[in-house]
Ligand binder design. Structure first.
Ligand code: PEP
Ligand code: MG
Length: 293
């Protein structure tokens, strides 16, 4: 099997009919870059930047973050790197954020809600990202979006950061793509509107399944109800892909479902442009996709 998979190393990811799919890796730290490269991933589809915050005793400084993002961008040598901005809250917390205890933290003060409420935290991250952007091919992605207004605010903060950098003659790339995660039913349902503001979507099937089915992904007792194949979830994925393509933007999938070999035929049928998975699944999926569509 291993030898069979090795035939796919260094190749593009193509369906039977020759349609190209971008096969990227999900990572949680700069150390994972070696794994991602060894896996032959064509880029990074999801860098969960919150792990930088979780492994830090206090807010990571702009300099600390800059160095990590630079390392990841340089490590990927010009391949696309999609860095997701802080998605803290819910199951992932750090004491120094001083988040109030909540009854429903997964639906609470988390991700962009924190970033837009406390823009000084967000701007530090965005500044580090834009400063690092000259070292590779960076895309920035915002998590847990539910409204157009949030997207506009995220973009406005990016513009503010870029202006500050320009004013101080600090270089940054003018080709940083901006995207959002589609991981709430609301964002999938208004994906036609959201697509007007961003360069790409990445569908997070873990949270999309949790929120569509009202099943807590953290609660092992009810895991049998957490069914990502539920037609409600699949229809939201289909609808999102259609809306993305109608608006002329690309769309990927980066939740667990992306690595599910039993579902790959559906992703190919639906027409997703990018699939981002754990490095260990990359070659297996490239082989699988070569037999489909
Ligand atoms: C998702 O929700 O599907 C996702 C990719 O993000 P996370 O698993 O980090 O919430
Ligand atoms: Mg998520």
């Amino acid at each position: 099997l291993r030898a069979r998979l090795e035939q796919f190393r260094g190749k593009e990811t193509l369906t039977l009919s020759g349609r190209k799919i971008h096969l990227y890796a999900n990572i949680g730290s700069a150390d994972d870059i070696e794994l991602a490269k060894a896996s032959d991933a064509e880029g990074i589809g999801l860098f969960r930047s919150e792990y930088i915050y979780l492994s830090s005793p206090d807010f990571p400084s702009e300099e600390t973050q800059f160095n990590i993002y630079k390392q990841v961008l340089e490590g990927m040598s010009g391949k696309q790197v999609i860095i997701r901005t802080l998605d803290i809250g819910a199951d992932k917390t750090a004491d120094y954020f001083m988040l109030k205890p909540e009854d429903n933290p997964a639906m609470g003060m988390r991700a962009v809600r924190i970033c837009l409420t406390r823009p000084e935290i967000f701007k530090t991250q965005l500044k580090a990202l834009y400063r690092a952007s000259i070292y590779g091919n960076l895309a920035i992605m915002f998590p847990m979006i539910t409204t157009v207004e949030e997207v506009k605010q995220c973009i406005a903060l990016c513009d503010e950061v870029k202006k500050d950098l320009s004013k101080n003659s600090i270089p940054y790339s003018h080709n940083v793509s901006l995207g959002i995660m589609i991981e709430t039913p609301a964002s999938a349902i208004i994906s036609d509107e959201l697509a007007q503001y961003v360069d790409f979507f990445s569908i997070g099937t873990n949270d999309l399944t949790q929120f569509t089915l009202a099943v807590d992904r953290q609660n092992a007792e009810i895991s049998k109800f957490l069914n990502p194949y539920h037609h409600a979830v699949i229809r939201l994925i289909e609808y999102t892909v259609k809306n993305a393509h109608d608006a002329g933007i690309w769309v990927g999938v980066c939740g667990e479902l992306a690595a599910d070999e039993g579902f790959t035929h559906e992703l190919v049928r639906i027409g997703v442009d990018e699939i981002s998975v754990a490095p260990s699944s990359v070659l297996m999926l490239r082989a699988r996709i070569s037999t489909l569509g």
